[in-house]
Write a new protein. Structure first.
Length: 232
């Protein structure tokens, strides 16, 4: 009896943890389109080529607040998985460990110096290989979503949200330079010595994908099973 009771408790704890984790996972779907050709040194992608993908992150990931009042809040390892399909070039799968950074606002330094709301999501992906003119056949290793709004209206909080930023704030093209307002996707391919970022794909959609009902049904079934075991 005691062994059965211990087993029941361990099962309950594990199942409760699974349901709680599943409930905190959020998936965003993005669609981006090529608006310029890649560097001649790398390869050429036809204009209008689309990339469609998703990334799933844990809404409960703690953030590392910025060192100064104007900086990014980092959510390391928030992204747990991703998918990516590049029209005409194949499909890739993420393997976790991605990071989300949110600036509300963040100061840009270097060649430019201004404040803007910014949202950045990076996730490693693998599964697509391309022939290049200089580097030979190279492999896709990562993807970046980079968004900035100089008007500082695109992001209301630096906290992780179950709702994606509204793209319209990042695509109104205000500001003194190209980096002021943008919503873009970059693909990173390996090279002999480092990585090579693609020309930007302009984001045209970023939405939340409803979580599969199967997860909710599995949790409901789990609770029902526990109740039945307790009755017996």
């Amino acid at each position: 009896m005691r062994a059965n009771a211990i087993g029941f408790i361990l099962t309950a704890v594990a199942g409760t943890s699974y349901c709680a984790t599943a409930a905190s996972l959020v998936t965003f779907q993005f669609v981006a389109e090529s608006v310029s050709q890649y560097s001649e040194a790398f390869y050429t992608v036809p204009l209008g080529t689309r990339v469609v993908g998703t990334y799933t992150f844990d809404l409960d990931t703690p953030g590392d607040p910025p060192a100064s009042p104007v900086g990014f809040t980092w959510y390391d390892n928030a992204i747990k998985g991703a998918t990516l399909a590049m029209e005409g070039f194949g499909e890739a799968t993420g393997y976790g460990g991605g990071t989300i950074r949110i600036g509300n606002p963040v100061r840009t330094s270097g060649s430019y110096n201004f404040l803007s709301d910014q949202y950045v999501a990076y996730f490693p992906v693998a599964g697509i290989s391309l022939d290049t003119r200089v580097f030979g056949r190279r492999n896709l290793v990562g993807a970046h979503i980079r968004m900035a709004d100089l008007d500082m209206e695109g992001i209301a909080t630096a906290d992780l949200s179950a709702n994606p930023p509204d793209l319209s704030y990042f695509l109104d093209n205000t500001g003194p330079d190209y980096d002021s307002d943008n919503a873009e996707l970059y693909l990173t391919f390996d090279t002999a010595n480092s990585g090579y970022n693609s020309n930007p794909f302009r984001l045209i959609s970023l939405i939340r994908v409803p979580e599969p009902s199967a997860t909710a049904l599995a949790c409901i079934a789990f609770v029902a099973t526990l109740r039945n075991r307790r009755r017996h």
